[in-house]
Design a protein around this ligand. Sequence first.
Ligand SMILES: *Cc1c(COP(=O)(O)O)cnc(C)c1O
Length: 453
Amino acid sequence: MRQFSSPESPRLMTARPRSHAAFARAQKLIPGGVNSPARAFGAVGGEPIFFKSGLGQHLTDIDGRSYLDYIGSWGPMILGHRHPRVVAAIDEALSRGTSYGAPTEAESGLAEQIIEAVPSIEKVRMVSSGTEAAMSGVRLARGATGRELIIKFAGNYHGHADSLLVAAGSSAATLGVPNSPGVTAGTAKDTLVLEYNDPEGIEEAFKSHGDTIAAVLMEPVVGNMGLVVPTPEFLKATRSLTEKHGSVLLFDEVMTGFRLAYGGAQELHGVTPDLTTLGKIVGGGLPLGAYGGRADLMDQVLPAGKVFQAGTLAGNPLAVAAGSATLAELKEHSPYADLDRRGRRLEEGLRSAAKAAGLPVWLARVGSMLTIFFQPGWLADGASPQPVTGWQTASQSDTDRYARFFWGLIDRGVYFPCSQFEALFFSTCHTDADIEQTIAAADQVLQSMADDS
Ligand SMILES: *Cc1c(COP(=O)(O)O)cnc(C)c1O
């Protein structure tokens, strides 16, 4: 891998003295100065920006600079920051108490909303993060089938549980540590990793391991190696093979649930999984995850069944209030057609700006999620960029170019993901004018990248 040096990063320090000081302090106290590696800016060669507030589509850093936010807390903030309905719901719950360790009616309310939104979910259990949801879903699949092997796909991220941290995407891909120290060989050997969008690969795997595979776990639209869309053939092969062999098909919709459609990616694809994991939007910006699916499977979870899973703060009243208000808003004002229209305009604007600059990029988008994959070299006349279909192609991206693009946008007040291998998200607050401003900023940056080469 090439060494990256950003000419802009010294400027970052002088332009943002408070962020610089805050990061120096945090690094002494917190490993790497951050509580999650995706925030560290390591992949773009610089120091993270520290924020003090968000409102609608904007973030304000501790130096008082404002940014158009294309991360949305990595997905949850589909309604923008401090949406009045969500804030009111949290306030109301807060005025009564923050945690009881006992059931509340509001949990059934949110469960009803989830079950109504996602038809494949007949029963649902709430947890506190996407990691917990995926980990619990896998345990349930293993417990219910009495089998040990699971299949996952390279570049798909399902949180940091041991058995899922094999060839993971997201910050694991970003940092180039697909296998974390601390994950035992014994654990890793129960996880089979295949290339995404390769129907023959999964057919082969079932041919050799068929009746020992507990579950196939997948992002039904991948966000965690940058955005990658599955082909219909791949989805079809996966659904029919799991069905034929009695394996659980587990869709990880932590990122895509309520984001791509109210019913998630499974609604878009028309594919019905056995289990689904949710997170991010379902908590409306507070820590909440969930897993659910066929009632006969879910009834095997303790105390209905024997598969152990528990959580002191699971179904937390504040998180349930925020999630419930977010889902109610999404259902009443279904924003998906508008998000898709703005997304299409952003995609087209970025594509023509890159073309004008002669830079080969692959643009992937579904609704309000998008990735611009930079490729090495120059776009010859009439040539097309290489499609990104899985980790093999995604990992060939020119991450130096992405880093330059990222810093150029930061200088223009546009906050894109700090890694080539993360999708961007925008919210219902982003206006047509915001999208045009973003395209204009990107156009300037791409042009200057072409001029400097
Ligand atoms: C974010 C994410 C997770 C992990 O969720 P956390 O809340 O960060 O633990 C799992 N799966 C997918 C698809 C994700 O995008």
